[in-house]
Design a protein. Sequence first.
Length: 181
Amino acid sequence: MLLLTALGAVLVLTAVGRTWAEGVAPGMGGSRIAVRASGSRLTQLPTGMALVAMAAAVAVFAVRGRTRVLVGALTVLAGVGAVAGAVIGYTDTAGLHAVAAGQLALSSGRAEEITRTAWPWVALAGGLLLVAAGALTARFGSGWPAMGSRYEAPTRKAATGKAAGPADLWKALDRGEDPTG
């Protein structure tokens, strides 16, 4: 699960930093200006969802049982969001038009001869890996071993009134208690 989540998140985060769409914008005097838009310029959804999935992967180690199933469901939703963001970014032309307007220093601009790269598909593949990692966690996570109680905050027990012998002190240590009070 951790490997699938890490790989999916890396694919998504790498892809959104790359160019997803290219085109040309007609400038003044018949000039043509090349414009490019990265995945993060077209949509922020895949980036956010990859970060949510990475946080969920860390949370899996801190929770147990049914809560782990909820973390798995959250990872599935993050993966679906990354996939949706990749599809939105692949089909979006408004973002590339905005880049064209910015490069031309105009309030609006249009890009022409738009071409797409393969990077949205890489983000989509990463999102599908996140869905798979979340589904595995939701299905099998409740049975996975959890951190031991030694990582939890110690609790104090009331004194029993009888003197503790050496065997009782060792048993207290084994339970993770501080027998010295």
